[in-house]
Structure formats: C-alpha cells, structure tokens
Write a protein that binds this ligand. Structure first.
Ligand SMILES: Nc1ncnc2c1ncn2[C@@H]1O[C@H](COP(=O)(O)OP(=O)(O)OP(=O)(O)O)[C@@H](O)[C@H]1O
Length: 226
C-alpha cells in the first residue's frame, strides 16, 4: 500500500471580516509518497488558504491534519515550527532569498536552523542539492546576481535541504516566463520521478497542472474533483 504523506480530514475554515465568510468547506484529501499533485481553481476559491492550513502556518481551522503520519492539529507553535522546518519544503511565487548572502548560504540556512548536521556537512548537503538541480556553478554568487529563473531554482534547492516529506508550492511558476516556468516544472517532475519527492503545488497554469500525476480542483472552498 502507498505511504500517505499528507492527510487532511474535514477541514473547515472561515474568515471573520467582520462578517463570517466560509472559505474552506469540508475539505478532505491525501497525498501519497512520490505523488506530484496540483491544486487548481478560480481566483478566490480557497487554494492559498488551503495551502496555509496544510502547511501548518494557519492553525485557525476545524478538522484534522496529519503530516508524515503525525497528527499536527492542536500542536503548539514551537512544535509546529519544527515540523515545518523538518517535514515541509516551501516554494513561493517570490523566492524570498536573502540578497546579501551567497546562493550556498541561502540553501544552507534552513539546515543550520534544524541543527541536525554540522556546518560542514550542511554545506556538503547544500552543494549536493545545487548539483541535483544543475546550478552548482552558482553556489558562490550572491542571490542578487541571479536571474528570476535561477533564483527560483535556488529556492527549490533550499526547500530540499532538510529532506522534506513534502514540498508545497504556491504559484512557484507564477512570476516566471514560459521557458523558466517549464524549467521549474521539469525540476519538480525529476524530483518526483527520480527521488520519489512528494509535491503539492497550487497553480493557475493549466499546462503545468495537466502534466502532474493528479489534479485537485476547487470551487467555492470545496474540492469538486481529484
Ligand atoms: N485574511 C483574510 N481575511 C478575509 N478574507 C480572506 C483573507 N484571506 C483570504 N480571504 C478570502 O478567502 C477567499 C479565498 O482566498 P484564497 O487566497 O485562498 O483564494 P485563492 O484560490 O488562492 O485565490 P488566488 O488564485 O487569487 O490566489 C477569498 O474570497 C478571499 O477574499
């Protein structure tokens, strides 16, 4: 049987602004190890809100959530911060690299924070991941010397530094031209096929979604197809 990496059960969420707006409506879903899953749906249907809940950044919801077989609902923030750093790699629309640091240092940072390996070992692991993504020649450049596509590939290397159970992305190709968007897609596919990396990516790009293993389609806060 496939190993379940992420499971959400009957997630409900509303914003109170000041009237109550229901945004997630009885969302249940799971993602298996090695699956490359996309989340699609019209603007405002709740994709980002769902991703924030699934990534444990938003804890204000009803329902239950497991990551890598561990129930994370109702855990304290300190524990959640550790789970996020250890189990989840994030790739956003904007790369959030620290411009004053080298590419290598940027990739190392979540590893140094986790403190599982020595600094030397973390550097070695960061170089391995830059090689995996074919960008090791950028290691000593400063982040602000890179193109948008290169920055996003560095952000993916950074997301991989702690061997996350799952990579979550919110529009990771949304800010890239077609060629660089394709490059980022190809990296995700290679990670999924070659390294059994589990991926859950919110996207507006039908071509991107159409080439993933499974599409989760949302409408008005519900999953209408998966
Ligand atoms: N902090 C907030 N307070 C109140 N309402 C919010 C808040 N964040 C999001 N919403 C509302 O929740 C709904 C879902 O928003 P969300 O950002 O999850 O949609 P989305 O599908 O990711 O949209 P997009 O594709 O445009 O990014 C929208 O109606 C939005 O206006």
């Amino acid at each position: 049987m496939s190993e379940v990496i992420l499971q959400a059960s009957h997630i409900n969420k509303s914003f109170h602004d000041p009237v109550t707006i229901p945004v997630l409506n009885d969302v249940s879903m799971s993602v298996n190890k090695g699956e490359f899953v996309s989340v699609v749906g019209r603007s405002g249907c709740g994709k980002s809100t769902l991703l924030y809940v699934l990534s444990t950044m938003d804890t204000d919801y009803e329902g239950q959530l497991w990551i890598d077989q561990q129930l994370v609902t109702n855990q304290k923030e300190k524990q959640l911060a550790r789970i996020r750093n250890e189990k989840i790699g994030f790739v956003f629309q904007f790369h959030y690299l620290l411009n004053e640091f080298s590419v290598l240092r940027n990739v190392m940072l979540p590893g140094l924070k986790l403190n599982r390996y020595s600094e030397q070992e973390t550097e070695h692991r960061a170089m391995e991941r830059l090689k995996m993504l074919h960008i090791d020649e950028l290691a000593l450049k400063n982040a602000n010397q890179l193109s948008g596509g290169q920055k996003q590939r560095v952000a993916i290397a950074r997301a991989l530094i702690n061997d996350p159970a799952i990579i979550m992305g919110d529009e990771p190709t949304g800010n890239l031209d077609k060629k660089n968007g394709q490059l980022v897609f190809d990296i995700f596919r290679e990670l999924s096929l070659q390294y059994q990396q589990t991926l859950l990516i919110v996207t507006h790009d039908p071509e991107f979604a159409g080439n993933t293993n499974r599409i989760i389609e949302m409408e008005d806060g519900r999953i209408i197809r998966q």
